[in-house]
Design a binder for this molecule. Structure first.
Ligand code: FUL
Length: 624
């Protein structure tokens, strides 16, 4: 009897351990024991799960960015911090118009640039005079953060703030302890005076260059302050809940692991880990088995895709006709939300303080298109848990003779991200035919394929970390969209007769009206061009190389004109292609006045990575 009792106790003990092991999850972070084998590590990685806040954030899918501030009134992308606050004077600011419009378009949260790199605060902060309180707007009594938050409460919209760490106005910037105190004070104001904040967004930009001010941020205190004051908020980019996808073009990775070896960049050990694992925020592989093999820890650190509906992040009237097309926005949707990411789409209010008519029209068109596409799910019973081990298949019945070109598949990420490889077949004329395949799934994955007619689909989970928890499968028909390739005009006047005066004859590639070719020089050589005759010019354009190879992209420059090639006049302009490192799109610089010119000279001063190289895909002249 005694032995029986002992056996029973032992059995209970082992069963307990077993079931504890089975249900054991690692929230947000998992550290691997030093002697763990690859299989053990993969098993542990499959049990890495999001926090409640991260899960709620992921489920929002569509979030909106609002870049608004002093740049809206100066036409710049990065202000230099000495702008007169009196410039900030929106004539019809109406935060309810922003929120209503965004809500109707399907967005679930808005994030406002409470402070951008110019240091101008959109709320009447006690920390600096460089704020709305010094502007004529609402007689100096205005508060954009408050008006927006009130509109969010009214329309049931979540709310987040972007507080730029880089501050070109604060005199204490670069005096690390002093600026850290200043920054925490600003953060504290935002997190205590405006009710619930759902996301706090810190970018990683710092364009000071090698001789600029060096600020060592106190991320630890910053993140602790957020957790203390707004425990439900997620922290993004330099925060440790939400990861930057790695580009500003709107595209996630086809293989997008939320369970990743990427250490949040604000952690002190991040640099060391990145160099040991050969990792970076823009790396293609951020969570494969071969990375896990080398990694000492992993994080639930899901991707956020930030992109602007226009070429710039701030409103510029000359971009009114450059709002992204329906086809482009839809492609972004499929490659962000459909690539296991949250989309953060920027829609910048204009100088009136309203979302511009062109953006409103495009968003309406877009949301109508998405609603129409997803209103008709052809899968009959798709919302049912399928516990799928490696190499398992499941057949999904569709409405009779369904026309489809999109498949949706979701994992229950509250139990971890597990699928590594899957494929989809359709039944056609009595036989199975592969129509699409993918790697990771995660929260949501869309696969697009040529239109087919079928009444059943078969999904195979080819490879998974443990048993995958597939919770939803859908199939839809998305009306094909085409984009008349809007060729961007980089010069208002013909360039055919222009001559480069550089010694290097290859410099001609910089003015050959073909942005696909480029001129690269191993020194910071100016580009000098003879246009053949004198023209009154209003500005110029500079196109960096469109692909991944950004080497030689100009950051700071001077631009000169001459009528005789002897006496040169330096044109008035900012002298900086702000944010070109992360958003390498063609730059349109306008001087605000006209200069007579037969010759022009683009003189590079610094390259984005301070290299002595210059690359110009195209340089053009603007006459208007
Ligand atoms: C970047 C900034 O430098 C850009 O101006 C913009 O705000 C973008 C969202 O983040 O880091």
């Amino acid at each position: 009897m005694r032995n029986l009792l002992i056996a029973a106790v032992l059995l209970c003990f082992f069963m307990g351990v077993h079931s504890r092991q089975k249900d054991q999850y690692y929230v947000k972070q998992v550290k691997f024991p030093s002697k763990a084998t690859l299989d053990q590590k993969v098993e542990m990685a499959s049990r890495l799960v999001p926090t409640t806040q991260q899960l709620a954030w992921q489920r929002m899918e569509l979030t909106a960015f609002l870049h608004f501030g002093i740049n809206t009134f100066t036409g710049r992308e990065w202000g230099n911090g000495n702008e007169d606050p009196a410039l900030f004077n929106p004539s019809e600011l109406n935060a309810e118009q922003w929120v209503r419009m965004l809500k109707d378009a399907g967005f679930n949260m808005v994030i406002l640039t409470a402070k951008h790199h110019d240091g101008f605060c959109l709320w009447p902060t006690k920390t600096t005079k460089h704020s709305v309180a010094s502007s004529p707007w609402r007689g100096g009594k205005g508060d954009v953060v408050k008006e927006l938050k009130q509109a969010c409460v009214k329309y049931g919209m979540k709310f987040g703030v972007y507080l730029s760490p880089w501050d070109r106005n604060a005199s204490c910037y670069g005096d690390s302890p002093a600026y850290n105190r200043y920054f925490i004070e600003q953060l504290t104001e935002l997190l205590t005076n405006y009710g619930t904040i759902n996301e706090v967004w810190f970018d990683g930009a710092n364009g000071e260059g090698p001789n600029g001010k060096k600020q060592i941020y106190d991320w630890d205190t910053t993140l602790k302050t957020i957790h203390r004051l707004q425990p439900n908020a997620v922290t993004a980019i330099m925060g440790d809940d939400v990861r930057w996808v790695g580009n500003e073009r709107g595209f996630g990775r086809e293989t997008e692991w939320s369970s990743t070896a990427l250490t949040p960049p604000s952690y002190e050990r991040a640099k060391e880990t990145y160099s040991r694992l050969g990792l970076s925020q823009t790396a293609k592989d951020i969570g494969s088995r071969s990375l896990i093999e080398k990694a000492g820890e992993m994080f639930w650190y899901p991707s956020e895709v930030d992109v602007s509906i226009r070429p710039g992040w701030f409103y510029h009237s000359d971009q009114d006709d450059k709002v992204k097309s329906l086809a482009n926005l839809t492609d972004i949707y499929f490659k962000s939300v459909g690539y296991n990411s949250v989309l953060l789409l920027n829609i910048p209010p204009d100088r009136r303080g309203l979302i511009n008519e062109n953006d409103v029209a495009r968003l309406k068109e877009w949301s109508t298109y998405l609603n129409r596409t997803f209103a008709d799910n052809k899968v009959l019973v798709g919302k049912k848990l399928w516990k799928a081990p490696k190499a398992s298949t499941k057949v999904y019945m569709l409405k009779k003779n369904s026309q489809i070109n999109v498949l949706m598949i979701q994992e229950d990420i509250s139990k971890g991200q597990r699928v590594e490889d899957f494929c989809v077949e359709a039944r056609e004329n009595g036989a199975w035919k592969e129509i699409a395949k993918g790697t990771t799934v995660g929260y949501k994955r869309f696969l697009r394929f040529p239109t087919i007619h079928t009444d059943r689909l078969r999904i195979t989970i080819v490879e998974t970390r443990g048993v995958a928890n597939v919770i939803n499968v859908g199939a839809f028909y998305a009306e094909p969209l085409s984009d008349e390739a809007a060729s961007l005009k980089l010069s208002n006047i013909p360039t055919a007769d222009w001559k480069v005066l550089n010694m290097d004859s290859k410099a001609g590639k910089a003015i050959d009206a073909n942005p696909a070719t480029f001129w690269r020089s191993e020194t910071l050589t100016p580009l000098v061009v003879d246009m053949g005759k004198v023209t009154d010019i209003a500005g110029f354009t500079y196109a960096p190389v469109a692909g991944e190879d950004k080497m030689g992209t100009i950051y700071k420059y001077n631009f000169y004109v001459s009528t005789d090639g002897e006496i040169w006049t330096k044109c008035e302009c900012s002298g900086e292609f702000s944010n070109i490192m992360y958003n390498p799109i063609p730059q349109f610089v306008r001087f605000g006045k006209k200069y007579p010119a037969r010759y022009f000279k683009l003189e590079p001063l610094t390259e984005i990575n301070s290299k002595s190289i210059v690359t110009i895909a195209e340089c053009g002249i603007l006459t208007k």
